[in-house]
Design a protein around this ligand. Structure first.
Ligand code: CMP
Length: 225
């Protein structure tokens, strides 16, 4: 492992090589297997996590014990910043959706970096604004009455967060499991399964294993977004 991996982390974009080397020396690497809990809601936390490979789900439990997925993060994303900034306990659970490698940075080291390199702070704030907008959309979306619209909105979120756009199509290499999609859309796994089949039959999507292709993304967003 060397510091060139940090070049692919948006938070550290455009930093000089010698700065990346210094940051790299401050970080610890850790591997989590699929379904491992990385952070637990209510735990005290003073570390920042950067996802070098894999994906994670951010979850909370509803009052009746159901898992609610707030977001899914992929390669290059960070998490754990909220406790660092407000000093409160972890705001949510973070669970590996697949085998994942993370870099961990201590609170003091991270705050030092932000002071020395305001560019990192600006990128971080931009990403936090994106997350707040998405949360706002999710709140609005959850009040939509039909489950189908909520599932379609979740698929659009996955496309934005995990997808790769190619000639009008969006390819999601590793679609979250149907139960996870259901937990994000606030519906049942069976409804998700039915909806995916319907979208496939109507030609909106193609599926092979966990790979999902949205055949015409602009039209999909117009129809369901
Ligand atoms: P922290 O509260 O330290 O630990 C849980 C982490 O989950 C939190 O920091 C954020 O990094 C992340 N998180 C919490 N809520 C959301 C959300 N709505 N969207 C994306 N990430 C979130």
């Amino acid at each position: 492992m060397n510091d060139t991996v940090l070049k692919n982390i948006p938070l550290f974009a455009d930093l000089r090589d010698e700065i990346l080397e210094k940051i790299f020396d401050l970080m610890q690497k850790r591997i989590y297997k699929r379904n491992n809990m990385i952070l637990m809601e209510e735990d005290v936390g003073d570390t920042l996590f950067i996802l070098n490979s894999g994906s994670v789900k951010i979850t909370r439990l509803s009052d009746d014990g159901r898992e609610v997925i707030l977001s899914i993060l992929g390669e290059g994303d960070f998490f754990g910043e909220m406790s660092i900034f407000d000093g409160e306990s972890r705001s949510a659970n973070v669970i590996a959706l697949e085998d994942s490698e993370v870099f961990i940075l201590k609170r003091g080291d991270f705050l030092d970096l932000l002071e020395k390199h305001p560019k990192i702070a600006i990128t971080l704030l931009q990403e936090m604004a994106v997350r707040l907008r998405r949360s706002d959309q999710q709140i609005e979306g959850l009040s939509l009455s039909d489950a189908e619209s909520r599932i379609a909105m979740s698929i659009i979120r996955f496309a934005e967060d995990l997808g790769i756009i190619k000639m009008g199509q969006v390819v999601i290499e590793s679609l979250p499991f149907q139960q996870d999609i259901a937990n994000m859309a606030g519906t049942s796994r069976e409804t998700v399964s039915r909806m995916l089949k319907m979208l496939e039959v109507k030609g909106w999507i193609q599926r092979k294993g966990r790979r999902l292709v949205i055949t015409n993304y602009d039209e999909f967003v117009k129809e369901f977004g």
